[in-house]
Design a protein around this ligand. Structure first.
Ligand SMILES: Cc1cc2nc3c(=O)[nH]c(=O)nc-3n(C[C@H](O)[C@H](O)[C@H](O)COP(=O)(O)O)c2cc1C
Length: 315
């Protein structure tokens, strides 16, 4: 799975749902990770967690992210996910959001390496679960955990480790420390994937050349820009400056709305579509007016004509 350097769509709660995964995969994302799903939710039969688990037709392989703090619950949840069609399980050890951290999950595990290791051990117990780990570079800059987590993940046979090299206390402030990640990746005994601030094709390609780094993950840079993956791949083929023409943009944006309405029903689909449309229209001269209009529209058909206006056919 990690033989070439894949360009991966990052897990993003509330965003990397089936419709957006399908769009990003259609533009060349080599892999995609699901939104994070509560391990406890799956084990206790929570309906919403089960819905999040279902694969999209593009999820090949189907890489499901779980969060939790109890090794046996995570193992049981991973088994449920595998039975439901997952091929690979990612364990979230990096989410800094209070709601998650206060349960001992996500980035709280960076402060509790013994528990993190117990989770890895539980997943590696026979019959073993194919799994990966996703971390930040530490809880805060007082405590360096990167080498330790890489070593633990390798010892317990994780398939790969993704790191977003910001500390948890930084949330999204400052910058991702790619030097720190490059140092750690150099001698790692398992594939390392880097994530953070890869917002243009040149920066993404530079990250792909880091020795010891086996892949990159794109998150915020793909919002309103699912074609970002293709932009990188075109540049890798030396097709400099490729970007989708207005027709392809329009078609993609409309397809996104259609997929959201199919997935969630028109009412919820359109609500979710709004935030994506705000990203799609970012930077356009008439974006503000467009957004105002957007909030008055209640059907997909009405939206279609507005989107045609925003992305007109070339004259
Ligand atoms: C809105 C949002 C939701 C996220 N949700 C998750 C998540 O569920 N699991 C996870 O491991 N990381 C999550 N992340 C972190 C991303 O996967 C990624 O590592 C981080 O945003 C850095 O990459 P970027 O600069 O390309 O966005 C989220 C990030 C954002 C912005």
């Amino acid at each position: 799975m990690f033989t070439q350097k894949p360009i991966i769509m990052a897990p993003m709660a509330g965003l990397s749902d089936r419709p957006f995964r399908r769009l990003c995969r259609s533009f060349g994302a080599d892999l995609a990770v699901s939104e994070m799903i509560s391990a406890k939710g799956l084990v206790y039969g929570d309906r919403k967690s089960r819905i999040l688990l279902a694969p999209d037709e593009s999820d090949q392989p189907h890489w499901v992210q779980l969060f939790g703090s109890e090794p046996e619950i995570i193992r049981d949840a991973a088994q449920i996910a595998l039975e439901a069609g997952a091929d690979l399980i990612d364990i979230n050890m990096g989410c800094p959001v209070k709601k998650v951290v206060k349960t001992g999950a996500g980035a709280a595990l960076l402060r509790d390496p013994e528990r993190a290791e117990a989770i890895m051990r539980a997943l590696n117990r026979a019959p073993t679960i194919p799994y990966t780990i996703k971390i930040r570079s530490g809880w805060d800059n007082k405590q360096v955990i990167l080498d330790l987590f890489i070593e633990m993940a390798a010892t317990h046979n994780a398939k790969a480790l993704t790191c977003h090299p910001r500390t948890a206390t930084m949330m999204f402030s400052g910058r991702a420390d790619w030097h720190q990640l490059a140092d750690a990746a150099r001698n790692a005994a398992l594939p390392i994937i880097g994530s953070g601030d890869l917002n243009d094709p040149q920066t993404a390609i530079k990250a792909l050349t880091i020795p010891g780094l086996n892949g990159i993950m794109l998150g915020r840079g793909s919002l309103g820009r699912p074609w970002f993956f293709q932009e990188i791949k075109e540049l890798l083929l030396e097709r400099i400056g490729w970007s989708p023409d207005p027709e392809l943009k329009r078609k993609t944006i409309l397809k996104h709305g259609k997929l959201l309405c199919e997935e969630y029903g028109e009412k919820t689909g359109l609500l979710l579509y709004r935030k994506h449309l705000a990203w799609y229209s970012k930077g356009l001269t008439n974006a503000a007016t467009f957004r105002k209009r957007l909030f008055t529209l209640t059907s997909f058909t009405e939206l279609e004509s507005t989107i045609h206006e925003l992305f007109p056919d070339p004259a």
